[in-house]
Design a protein. Sequence first.
Length: 321
Amino acid sequence: MTQHFLVHIVPPELAGQRLDQALAKLFPQYSRSLLKQWIEAGQVKVDGELWRPRQPVHGGERIELDAAQEAREQSPPQAIPLPIVFEDEHLIVLDKPAGLVVHPAAGHCDGTLLNALLYHAPELAGLPRAGIVHRLDKDTSGLMVVAKTLAAHCSLVSQLQARTVRREYLALVQGRLTAGGTISAPIGRHPHDRKRFAVVQGGKEAITHYRIAERFSHHTLLRVSLETGRTHQIRVHFAHLRSPLVGDPQYGRLRLPPGASTELIETLRRFKRQALHAARLSLRHPQNGQELSWDSPLPEDFRQLLHTLRATDVGASLETV
């Protein structure tokens, strides 16, 4: 096992919360179950002492977390091409292709972005999740940032918590939306399908902003920005609006527009992933604070889908991407 130690002072606003709850807010890069496991294993000290998960914090305590990472052989480095758009000694920004899984999980033990990162930069083995601070779904394409040092990792996590990392997506949804807006609806596990998420009472806060980029007769291309970053957030929110993303296998079903051409029908049927692309990423450099921004062009399958809509749909309007 490789190890590294993380230190945090409990802020006053967390006073009264249980230790495991406070740790989930202080170290969001780790799952709650893993943090609780580490507390019970004695890998968390509060002012130098071992606490139980349910003990309340009062604010001001010094938390020392011995974050034991899985040995590298558990996630072997693999020579998988990485479409890197920026790299220095602190950061890697890459343009993830659709179909690439970010983290190893059941059914995807290797061949993931994490495996590729460990091959490209072996020093990432000493960081939480090999430096990955946010994720994209397997079939979502576009920009991601990865930390190369622990200091950069802490900075990026703090920026994500402060909601100063700006992420803009292009999403093609079913239905003709009339105006942009904001979706503020809590997200949690689906009550009947644990592999899915849904808008549920008591879920975690989730806020999505969107504006219209282009309208078609039965579809709308949107520019979407996230204020929060819940799992499947964009997909869940637009399914909640009854305008699921085109091609989404979990949260929507194929709707063929009345009178659609054979070409459009075939194109829609061939598009087997959610039409979602992380097109822009903006953040502060963790060392010098410089504002940085990157743009990613649409991948070929998404471009072809829009080309077919524009060529066959007389209802297209507004700006084009």
